[in-house]
Design a binder for this molecule. Structure first.
Ligand code: DUC
Ligand code: ZN
Ligand code: ZN
Length: 475
């Protein structure tokens, strides 16, 4: 038994002084001071053998849920795999206040999705220290593969990722429409990476043909228009078959507007953005930076400050419902450098699993752009709702898994890759100030980060239970 004493609980809908009691890995009671006077009797709990966590001056919140991570993720075209495996990646996650991830299982062309599931489970189970699930990346929309969709949904894997660009993974409009139809009618959610592949391919060729091969030319090869168009197209296809849809990593005002308009019309469309699009801008692609610019090569790329501001507005207004990391860490010194002579050979992606909550807290809550409750909603409750982990996860309700973080809201550090726990060798946020790192992280009632130090046994994470996803379950 654990008593978290004298903290301020923050959930998606309230913020108040309260004690939290944990028993058998679940939230057993949340007792506000307004009901108990000075809180629960510490000595009585000690006599019963409870561990007491003194949370005075701290906020107690549901653990973050990161539904967009790429751990041990292979990029076949470039013959590289992301730098974090499920051990280093989930340790980094826990140290950044994350208690569950939804990663990816990749169905290669010609492969069964069930086979991809089994392969992925065998990679995760021995290593993860927090609870996990994955989306199936569908690259081959064959009819026999469509028959596997209800099986995966029944098995607790109700989300399907689609790339509208990326040569060896791309699903065309016919495939996307079929997947939306089958997924949507079975309680599944399609999760789409939206960029117009034809336009991106053409722009890349134009740049390379003109000798523009450096990393700074990555961003102009993928301008906001290509994202906005593909976002609108994916939404239109989903609406044709009345299917729910989640748009991955919205980075531009145009894409955010398409999501807002669809939602205003009643369509079950939700969207995420990521901290890099909220706290960085396209100045990171200044050619003066030389090859170091490769550290910021991700797709979609960072945008101008106007787009960044539009994303904050969309978060505050509710038209973007979640913030995930898109953690795709590639080491600079031996992985990113493969693209030294050709920016298309730089593996796309940035690390961010450990800094997601701190950056959203510091640049969102501390600046007054979003409330503490909205922070919890964006980082934990809505990701759980969108991807079917709610109500087991993403709340402090009685009966929910005791996945929570205890954070000193006044502590702040300077982000330094050397102090983070990922196996990557840099942080795109190096030198930025950030608070919100957890003093304690608990997973199913077990302390896994104790005063900032990871203490969990490798492989203790479990498969997260997930339910069907429908228009009615989406925020
Ligand atoms: N883009 C993606 O779509 N996924 C991983 C990282 C990236 O940059
Ligand atoms: Zn993507
Ligand atoms: Zn991604």
């Amino acid at each position: 038994m654990i008593l978290i004493k004298d903290g301020t609980i923050v959930t998606a809908d309230r913020m108040e002084r309260a004690d939290v009691v944990i028993e058998a890995g679940r939230i057993a009671a949340v007792v506000p001071d307004s009901r108990s006077g000075d809180g629960l009797d510490r000595q009585a709990f000690e006599r019963r053998g409870a561990r007491i966590i003194d949370a005075r001056g701290h906020w107690v919140m549901p653990g973050g849920i990161d539904t967009h991570t790429h751990l041990a993720h292979p990029i076949d075209r470039l013959r590289v795999t992301t730098a974090d495996d499920f051990h280093t990646g989930t340790v980094a996650a826990a140290c950044g206040g994350v208690t569950a991830i939804v990663d990816f299982s990749l169905q290669r062309r010609g492969e069964s999705m069930l086979h991809a599931r089994d392969r992925r489970l065998s990679e995760i189970e021995p290593d993860a220290i927090i609870d996990y699930s994955f989306h199936t990346i569908v690259t081959d929309v064959r009819e026999d593969v469509m028959d596997e969709i209800p099986i995966l949904i029944d098995d607790g894997f109700p989300s399907f990722k689609v790339y509208m660009t990326y040569g060896d993974k791309i699903v065309d409009d016919a495939g996307l429409l079929r997947l939306l139809e089958v997924g949507g009618s079975n309680g599944g959610l399609v999760y789409a990476h939206c960029e117009n592949d034809c336009a991106v391919t053409w722009l890349i060729e134009r740049h390379l043909a003109a000798g523009k091969t450096g990393p700074a030319f990555h961003a102009p090869s993928r301008p906001p228009e290509v994202e906005a168009e593909a976002t609108q197209r994916a939404i239109m296809l989903a609406r044709l078959v009345d299917a729910p849809l989640c748009i991955a990593h919205v980075t531009s005002a145009g894409a955010a507007r398409h999501v807002a308009e669809a939602r205003a019309a009643g369509a079950p469309v939700v969207a995420e953005t990521c901290p890099q699009y909220l706290v960085l801008d396209d100045s990171v692609y200044d050619a003066e930076g030389g090859f170091e610019v490769a550290k910021f090569v991700c797709s979609p790329p960072m945008r101008t400050a106007d787009h960044r501001d539009a994303l904050w507005d969309a978060l505050a207004a509710g038209s973007i419902q979640q913030v995930s990391s898109d953690h795709a860490p590639f080491r600079y010194h031996d992985q990113k450098v493969a693209g030294r002579d050709d920016f298309t050979r730089i593996p796309n992606g940035l690390p961010g699993i450990e800094t997601r909550l701190p950056l959203l807290f510091t640049y969102g809550v501390k600046t007054g752009k979003i409330s503490p409750q909205r922070f919890v909603e964006l980082a934990a409750t809505n990701p759980a709702r969108i991807f079917g982990l709610h109500p087991c996860k993403g709340t402090l309700d009685v009966g929910a898994d005791a996945d929570l973080i205890v954070v000193d809201p006044d502590a702040e550090v300077e982000i330094d890759a050397a102090a983070l726990h990922s196996a990557v060798d840099y942080s795109p946020f190096q030198g930025m100030r950030a608070g919100g790192f957890p003093t304690w992280t608990l997973s199913r009632g077990e302390v896994i980060v104790d005063r900032g130090e990871p203490v969990a046994a490798r492989g203790r994470g479990r498969r997260a239970e997930r339910r069907r996803i429908t228009a009615a379950t989406l925020p």
